[in-house]
Ligand binder design. Structure first.
Ligand code: DC
Length: 223
């Protein structure tokens, strides 16, 4: 029996990560935050002095990346880098390393290996198109760039960090453009994905909408 997988793809700032965590908790499934892999790779490369443009050198780092996900924390070589990988700079570095085909190949099996019983919720950009193309339920979560930037702005301010709304909108647009236009595994909805636009929705409303789809595809899982 194949392990059931639910994929949640979409651009940054749509709440994918939060939704993937809430959903995996609800189902008792594992959760794959594939963006964290690219973020950790960007950090590891910068620390080792590997240029973010050198595909082969980056793929070597990716193949041996000592990353672990433990109790909601992200470890690189046993160092907790959960906060270090969440900066805007780390997001941009992740988006830059992610354009290289050898890097994506090097991370592919590691992502597929996360699919263990009873099931997996996988969050990213190419979960439904490339990594788990036969997943029985694929969600593509979208929202306007302005709303995504505003959510990020509030998140940063809430943490007491400096933030500039206009700069965030620009960053989000630039990252979307790079993620959507790259030659391999570009950000796009799989043909069989359910597209959910969360622009005017709260996290609870998005979760309810997705649970409706989960009930449709896996009626035995959600009462
Ligand atoms: O989801 P995130 O914001 O943490 O992802 C950071 C970057 O990593 C994103 O801009 C593009 C890249 N990424 C990717 O190319 N493929 C994935 N499956 C996940 C993330």
């Amino acid at each position: 029996m194949p392990v059931p997988v639910i994929t949640i793809d979409g651009p940054s700032g749509t709440g994918k990560g939060t939704i993937a965590e809430l959903l995996s908790d609800r189902l008792g499934w594992r959760c794959l935050d594939s963006g964290a892999l690219y973020r950790v790779l960007g950090l590891a490369a910068e620390r080792r002095g590997v240029s973010l443009d050198e595909a082969d050198a980056l793929a070597e780092v990716a193949a041996e990346l000592p990353v672990a996900f433990v109790s909601g924390r992200v470890l690189l070589n046993d160092e907790d880098v959960s906060d270090a990988i969440r900066t805007e700079q780390a997001g941009t570095a992740a988006s830059r390393v992610a354009v290289h085909p050898p890097v994506r190949d090097a991370l592919l099996q590691r992502q597929r290996a996360m699919a263990c019983p009873p099931g997996l919720v996988a969050d990213g950009r190419d979960m439904g198109t490339v990594v788990f193309p036969s997943a029985p339920l694929k969600i593509f979560l979208d929202a306007s760039a302005e709303v995504r930037a505003d959510r990020r702005y509030k998140q940063l301010k809430g943490k007491g960090l400096d933030a500039n709304l206009c700069a965030l909108v620009e960053d989000i647009r630039a990252r979307d453009a790079r993620d959507r236009s790259r030659s391999v595994a570009p950000l796009c909805a799989a043909e069989d994905a359910v597209v959910v636009d969360s622009t005017a929705m709260s996290i609870e409303e998005v979760l309810d909408r997705i649970l409706k789809e989960v009930r449709r595809v896996f009626p035995e899982l959600v009462p």
